[in-house]
Design a protein around this ligand. Structure first.
Ligand code: SF4
Length: 92
């Protein structure tokens, strides 16, 4: 078992910040999910509010230690979103 793939902040006022989460296994390492920007393609258990806001309340994907590799792998898609586009080439 590695040590870099799990972290808890039990001092956090919101820990564990999702309803029904098991505090023993809840990982805070991806607090503020890095996959949020992938919208409907994040692979998590989200829903949209009637205002169109993505609501991750019921998603535990980034908080499960066993998902560490999958989340970091999906981060490549976020990096693609952030990549400089050809039309931005002359801008620093
Ligand atoms: S918390 Fe879950 S639903 Fe929300 S962006 Fe991350 S993976 Fe997707």
């Amino acid at each position: 078992m590695s040590h870099y793939d799990f972290f808890q902040n039990r001092e956090c006022e919101y820990f564990p910040c999702h309803p029904g989460a098991n505090p023993e296994s809840f990982s805070c390492i991806f607090c503020y999910c890095p996959l949020y920007a992938l919208g409907a393609n994040c692979g998590g258990n989200f829903q949209y509010t009637k205002e169109g806001i993505k609501d991750c309340t019921n998603c535990l994907r980034p908080h499960r230690r066993e998902n560490y590799e999958a989340v970091t792998k999906a981060l490549r898609q976020v990096m693609e979103l952030a990549k400089k586009k050809p039309e931005q080439a002359e801008n620093p």
